[in-house]
Design a protein around this ligand. Structure first.
Ligand code: NAP
Length: 316
C-alpha cells in the first residue's frame, strides 16, 4: 500500500466543486474522495444522464446539473469541460462564487482561460489554471480512475500577480492526487504542449484519415495489418472530437508555428529518402530512439511495446 491509498490527516478544501464529469472530472472526484482531500464534494454536469450515472458511481456528496447551486459556497471550483465552453460557463458561475474561492481548470490549452473569463472575472477570486498531463482516449463518467494522475505531471499556470497561498494550496491538491507539479506561464505551456501533445494528435488524426481514404489499400487491410505502427496512431486518433477541436481552435498560434517546423523537417526527410541518404536517416532515427529511452527512464512510459494501453487497463 502506498501513500496514495491512504486518507490525508486534514482535508485541503472545505467544499469543492467539479464541473464536467468526464474522464478528468471523474478521475479528480475518485482521487479526492479516496484521499479525503475535500470535506464536501460537489459534482456538476449539464447532462442529466451523466449526473444520474455520477450518483450511481457515488464519488460525490452532491451531484447536480444546476451549476449555480453547485458552485455556491465552494472554496475550490475546477472546470473539467472542453476549453471552448469557458466563455459560456464563466458568466454563469463567476457572479455566484464565494469571495476568496480558488477557480481552476484542467484544460489542455492555458492562455485561453484568461481571455475567455476576462470580461466577467472578479478581483476577489483566485484564478489558477492547471493542466494535468495525463489522460486516455476514453471519455465520460465511467472513464475516470483515482490513479490517473499518479507520477504524471500537472502544470500550473498562475499569473505573476496570483496569491502565493492559493497557488500553494492548489499545488498541494495535485501532489496529493499523485502528480508531480511544475509552474510556468500560460504562453510557455501552450508552446510546449503544441509540440508534445497537440501536433502529435493532429498527425494521428491526419494519418488515420489518410489511411481511411486510400483507394489502393482496402479498409480491411488497414485494420488487419495495423500492428505495423498504424495501430498506435489509431489510439490517439480515437480521442474526443469536441475536446480536440477546441484545443486546435484555442492554441492556433503555437500549433501553427510548430506545424511549420514539422513540415520543414518532413521535407528534409523526403529529400533524404529521394536521394538515398541512408546515413542521414540512420542518424535521425538514432537520435529519436534516445528520446524515447529518456521518457522511459523518467517513468513517463513503460518499455513494453503497447504504447500505454496497459496503464488504461490498470484501472480495471
Ligand atoms: P469528457 O470526458 O468529454 O468530459 C467532459 C464532460 O463535461 C462531459 O460530460 C460534457 O458533457 C461536460 N460538459 C461540457 N460542457 C459543459 C458545460 N458547459 N457545463 C457542464 N458540463 C459540461 O472530457 P475530458 O477528457 O474529461 O476533458 C475535459 C477537459 O480536460 C478538457 O478541457 C480537456 O482539454 C482536458 N484534458 C483532457 C485530457 C484527456 O486526455 N482527455 C487530458 C488532460 C486535460 P457533453 O459530453 O454532454 O458535452
Amino acid at each position: 500500500m502506498d501513500r496514495f491509498d491512504t486518507r490525508v490527516a486534514t482535508p485541503l478544501f472545505e467544499r469543492m466543486t467539479v464541473i464536467g464529469i468526464g474522464l478528468i472530472g471523474s478521475s479528480i472526484l475518485h482521487a479526492v474522495r479516496k484521499r479525503g482531500l475535500a470535506k464536501y464534494i460537489v459534482a456538476s454536469d449539464h447532462s442529466e444522464d451523466v449526473c444520474k450515472r455520477a450518483r450511481e458511481i457515488g464519488f460525490a456528496d452532491e451531484v447536480t446539473s444546476n451549476v449555480i447551486a453547485a458552485v455556491k459556497n465552494s472554496d475550490l471550483v475546477i472546470l473539467c469541460i472542453p476549453v471552448g465552453e469557458y466563455g459560456n460557463i464563466g458568466p454563469q458561475i463567476i457572479p455566484h462564487l464565494r469571495s476568496g474561492a480558488v477557480l481552476s481548470d484542467v484544460g489542455s490549452v492555458k492562455g485561453c482561460i484568461f481571455t475567455a473569463l476576462a470580461p466577467v472575472m472578479r478581483s476577489d477570486i483566485h484564478l489558477i489554471p492547471a493542466h494535468p498531463v495525463a489522460g486516455t482516449e476514453h471519455s465520460g463518467p465511467d472513464a475516470g480512475f483515482a490513479t490517473l494522475f499518479v507520477n504524471r505531471w500537472c502544470i500550473l499556470t498562475p499569473q505573476e500577480s496570483a496569491d502565493p497561498e492559493a497557488v500553494s494550496k492548489l499545488n498541494s491538491l495535485w501532489q496529493e492526487m499523485g502528480a508531480n507539479t511544475e509552474t510556468m506561464s500560460a504562453e510557455h505551456h501552450d508552446l510546449v504542449l503544441a509540440i508534445t501533445s497537440h501536433v502529435p494528435h493532429l498527425i494521428a488524426y491526419n494519418i488515420v484519415g489518410t489511411a481511411a481514404d486510400l483507394e489502393e489499400v482496402t479498409r480491411s487491410e488497414v485494420i488487419k495489418f495495423s500492428a505495423g505502427g498504424f495501430r498506435d496512431f489509431t489510439r490517439i486518433a480515437a480521442s474526443d472530437p469536441t475536446m480536440w477541436r477546441d484545443v486546435f481552435l484555442n492554441n492556433k498560434t503555437a500549433v501553427l508555428e510548430m506545424l511549420g517546423r514539422f513540415t520543414e523537417d518532413l521535407t528534409a526527410l523526403q529529400r533524404m529518402i529521394r536521394r538515398g541518404d541512408g546515413d542521414g536517416l540512420f542518424a535521425l532515427f538514432t537520435r529519436t530512439r534516445a528520446i524515447r529511452r529518456s521518457i522511459i527512464e523518467l517513468g513517463q512510459e513503460t518499455a513494453a511495446p503497447d504504447f500505454g494501453r496497459q496503464r488504461a487497463a490498470e484501472k480495471e
